[in-house]
Each structure stands twice: as C-alpha cells, then as structure tokens.
Design a protein around this ligand. Structure first.
Ligand code: 13P
Ligand code: ZN
Length: 281
C-alpha cells in the first residue's frame, strides 16, 4: 500500500496500524474480484482499546454521530469501519478518507469518530446490520471480531435461480464442492428481500446470525462474520465458489452428486456437526 503516512506527535504513524492495513488489503482484494462495484460492500472490525491507542489518540473525539438504533451492548467498544458511499477501490490509496475508527458511546446511542472519515464522511449505511450482528455473534463466540458485507457475484446470481429456502440453498452449496460442509457446517441464513440500510434489515440479519456466520440478502449480496479477516473472507470465498460451480452447471443434467451419506462421512471425518434438517440419512 501507499507509503505516505500521517505522523501525530507521540503516536506511531496511524496508517501503519495493522488493522488499517488489513482493511486496505481486504477491500482492495475484494474489489479486484469484482464484488464491490462503485461503493458496494462494507466492513467493520472490532478492535482492542490497547491496540487502537498505540496508533490513535483515543482521548480526542473528532466528532460524534447519533445512531438510529441504540447498541448499549457495544458501549465503549472500538471499531474500524468503511465509510458510506466510499469505493473499496480507493481505500488502499486513501485509508483516512475512506475508513474510520469509531468508539460506541457509553449510552450506546452515538459513535465517536476518533480517526478517518475525513470531510464529514459517515460510517457505512449498513451500520445497523453490522453492529447488531456483532452483538449476536459475540454472544455465541467471544473470539468474534469481523462483519464483512460484499456483493459476491455468483451468490447474487444464484438467488435468482435457486429456491430461497435456506435449508435447500445450504444443501445445494454443500453439494457443489466437498470442502463446503467442513467450512460452513452451520449453513447459510437467507432473508427475504428487504430495503438495505434499514434498521429492519439490521435486526433480521442479526437474528439469523444467532445460528450461523453467513447471511445472504437475495439479489444484493452476502454478510459473513468471523474472528479474523482471513477466516471471514475465506468463508465468503467458499460460499461464492460453490455458487460459481452451481452457476457453471447452469441447469444442465447432473449425472452424479455427493450423496447425503458421503456428506455425513465427511462431517464425521472432520468433526463438524451439519446444520439439522438438511441431510436425509
Ligand atoms: P455503504 O456505501 O453505505 O457502505 O453502502 C454500500 C452497500 O453495499 C449497501 O448495501
Ligand atoms: Zn450492499
């Protein structure tokens, strides 16, 4: 990434922060995959105060923004987020203009902007889905850190041609590549079509996140969650790969499949528990 850095007295150059570099790298990578056209996609990453304060003055709030959805459960927590309307393509050349480090206020009704989001930029319009999903995933996985939303091309295409029943959709994905069941035994959740950027889609996405790490928004994209950028991206990449295979088959005659018994053997061999109600044994 660019070597231009901003030095603040007493702090290491902020753009050298590993979490800023991780955000720049992953957004660039997803853009090169063609998943994040225009301002499509958004990322939020839960950070430790200790890590943030090595690079950013956490005692200085640049400005505060009201949240339309109070998130008391996240009070005092730090996140790095992508900005609303910002292009993934541009993050790598200008992290400070396209990303922001924010802290949720004690009341959970505001976020304090501590770094970035220059010139009045705001956090992603999907902040409700991100924050509410963080809340639900942290309840079931204390190592959870990342929510990643992207317009993965093949996943979107598959939501036009496949039944949107999430058990049927999950089974088809598992059948497309052998590793799928091992990577997402918890399956994928699917919402009905809902207006994006709304509190409603945030609540519904988070509800699905109670039981799985992936939620698909039909005709729009995918949300994935995880503990690290690698595992979260890898999860989405695996779902997208399976959707790609499904689209390549493209309705042509299928001559053989991975059977339910083979999927069960796979689950046993890798010590994973497939989501209930999918395999018929
Ligand atoms: P933002 O630019 O506000 O993050 O929105 C992009 C997007 O993908 C909406 O779903
Ligand atoms: Zn989107």
């Amino acid at each position: 990434m660019s070597t231009s850095v901003i030095r603040t007295t007493g702090y290491t150059a902020s753009t050298e922060a590993p979490f800023i570099q991780e955000m720049a790298e992953i957004t660039h990578h997803m853009w090169t995959l063609g998943w994040d056209e225009l301002n499509g996609g958004n990322v939020s990453y839960l950070l430790d105060e200790e890590e943030v304060s090595k690079y950013i003055n956490v005692g200085q709030t640049l400005r505060s923004l009201d949240l339309a959805f109070p998130v008391k459960e996240l009070a005092g927590k730090y996140f790095i987020v992508t900005g609303s309307g910002k292009y993934f393509r541009n993050v790598i050349k200008d992290p400070e203009g396209n990303l922001g480090v924010v802290r949720v206020s004690a009341s959970g009704e505001q976020v304090d902007i501590l770094w970035g989001l220059r010139e009045g930029a705001r956090p992603t319009s999907e902040l409700a889905s991100h924050f509410m999903s963080h809340i639900e995933r942290l309840k079931v996985d204390p190592t959870h850190r990342i929510v990643l939303h992207t317009h993965a091309t093949n996943v979107i295409a598959m939501t036009f041609t496949h039944d949107l029943d999430e058990l049927k959709f999950t089974k088809t994905l598992w059948q497309m590549c052998t590793e799928c069941l091992v990577v997402f035994p918890d399956g994928v959740g699917i919402l009905p079509w809902i207006v994006p950027g709304s509190n409603e889609i945030g609540r519904e996405t988070a509800k699905k996140m109670q039981e799985q790490r992936v939620v698909i928004w039909p005709h729009h994209g995918i949300f994935g969650t995880g503990s690290t950028m690698d595992s979260t991206f890898g999860l989405i990449e695996t779902v997208e790969k399976a959707a790609n295979v499904y689209n390549l088959i493209g309705g042509r005659e299928i001559k053989q499949v991975i059977t339910d018994h083979q999927l069960d053997d796979l689950a046993r061999a890798f010590g994973v528990t497939p989501k209930a109600g999918i395999l018929e044994l």
